[in-house]
Design a protein around this ligand. Structure first.
Ligand SMILES: [Zn+2]
Length: 460
């Protein structure tokens, strides 16, 4: 108002002062009824119910109000404009049992405004509205307190755990050699790099189609990838298993059969294995140009550290290796009846159970003929797939979808928390439930979902 008078002072010099004096008087007169129209709050009622606690302020007339929360300690503030309590809160004898309210108090602030403060035992989600008079009730201000489940930390953590419990087992598939490194060369210029890329790609497709599995290829074409890079790809994909696919060669054409290798800390366990290890490791010198020497120096130090953490993954590798070997025996002769151990660089992934599968001897004319055929390549991929799948289903990694299946689905942890990029149809497909059923169970009308939203997955 002072501002207004200063403003009009300019054009009405002299007369303006009178005008302002009259204006002030008018304001004073009009302010009186405003004080008189202050609302009386006749009563305050608190009603707990299973889903919420309702606080009702019985008013003389509609009011303007504001509700907001404060923390440390947890409080809810209800500011009501131009209002005063007919009876002080302590005299209202409110029953606060079965409510989140510890205590209720009031104070007057900024002239005629009333502030009601609720001390809370737990976090609440408030909802407030005014009600018009009906029957015996006059104007009312209602504040509902809902228990704020969303913000309780343990619940959020549980949802997070559920997401992780439903994760896929990640299989990193490594097609050996590539590019300038052809690997072993068989009769009719059959290259190991070509055969193993075909088997690896087929294996990748099998895992990608299998519920509970996800797969990543370390190379997708005819190019060279350094050994360290191959294991880096696996690690970045958070792989549970690393499978390196190769084909054998030997000085004599008679050598035949498939072999499965796991890492050995002490190096090769047999003369043949040591020879193979040297041959496979030499590939980095052929294909890896530039940066290799630096990588090798790192390898010396890293190698020592890695060896320490490999003990655990080694026993897992050996068990999985036996399962794969058993499965391969159905489609191919075996070179050795047990999993062999060798110091292959590509197997040196700490904590990732790793296997190197020699799918047969490309140097043996009979096996080379088989390895060249796509039908046999598919059979070999199927065999490796079944061996790994069977082992992983028996001993699923903690927190995986397979682990949930393995434990009889009894926990009914069929909940999916929406992540970026998820679509309803993709989720339905992933959990093998019908799209319509998924929508029905979750009460969804459209196809819209949002990140962080929790979906129930029908289990049968
Ligand atoms: Zn090889």
């Amino acid at each position: 108002m002072i501002w207004f008078c200063q403003l009009i002072d300019k054009p009405y010099v002299g007369k303006g002062r009178w005008f302002c004096a009259i204006l002030w008087l008018t304001v004073l007169v009009f302010q009186q009824p405003a004080v008189a129209s202050m609302t009386s709050i006749d009563n305050v009622r608190v009603r707990p119910s299973p889903e919420r606690t309702r606080i009702v302020f019985d008013l003389g007339r509609p009011v303007e109000h504001k509700v907001f929360a404060l923390t440390n300690p947890r409080r809810l503030v209800i500011d009501i404009n131009d209002a005063k309590l007919k009876t002080p809160i302590p005299d209202l004898d409110l029953d606060l049992r079965d409510t989140p309210i510890i205590a209720m108090r009031s104070s007057r602030r900024e002239g005629n405004n009333l502030r009601v403060v609720l001390d809370l035992a737990e976090q609440v989600r408030p909802r407030s509205f005014v009600l018009k008079p009906i029957l015996q009730y006059g104007d009312r201000l209602v504040v509902d307190l809902y228990s704020d489940v969303q913000q309780l930390t343990p619940v959020v953590q549980k949802a997070d755990q559920i997401t992780r419990q439903m994760r896929d087992v990640v299989i990193a598939i490594d097609a050996g050699h590539g590019g300038d490194d052809p690997g072993a060369i068989g009769p009719g210029r059959l290259y190991e790099k070509t055969v193993v890329l075909s088997i690896a790609t087929r294996l990748h497709e099998l895992f990608e189609r299998e519920l509970g599995f996800k797969s990543v290829l370390t190379r997708k074409g005819d190019y060279y990838v350094a050994h360290r890079e191959r294991t880096e790809i696996a690690r970045k994909s958070q792989a549970d298993v690393f499978l390196s696919i190769h084909a054998d060669a030997f000085k004599t054409a008679e050598a035949s059969g498939a072999s499965v290798y796991a890492i050995s800390q002490k190096g090769a366990t047999s003369e043949a294995a040591r020879w193979l290890a040297e041959k496979e490791n030499r590939a980095d010198l052929i294909g890896g140009v530039g940066g290799v020497s630096l990588d090798d120096k790192d390898d010396l130090l890293a190698g020592v550290l890695l060896d320490l953490s490999m003990t655990a993954s080694l026993s897992a590798s050996l068990e999985m290796g036996e399962s794969v070997l058993k499965s391969i025996s159905g489609v191919n002769k075996l070179h050795k009846k047990h999993v062999e151990q060798a110091a292959f660089l590509v197997l040196k992934s700490p904590d990732i159970p790793s296997l190197l599968v020699e799918t047969g001897f490309i140097s043996n004319p009979g096996e080379a003929r088989k390895l060249r055929s796509t039908a046999h390549q598919q059979k070999m991929a199927n065999a490796i797939f079944n061996g790994v799948k069977s082992h992983m289903s028996d001993q699923p990694p903690a927190g995986s979808f397979l682990a949930w299946k393995h434990h009889g689905e009894s926990e009914r942890l069929a909940v999916h928390v929406i992540e970026r990029g998820d679509t309803l149809s993709e989720i339905a497909n992933r959990y093998r439930v019908s799209f319509e059923n998924l929508k029905k169970v979750n009460g969804l009308r459209g196809n819209a979902i949002r990140i962080g939203q929790t979906l129930k997955i029908p289990t049968t």
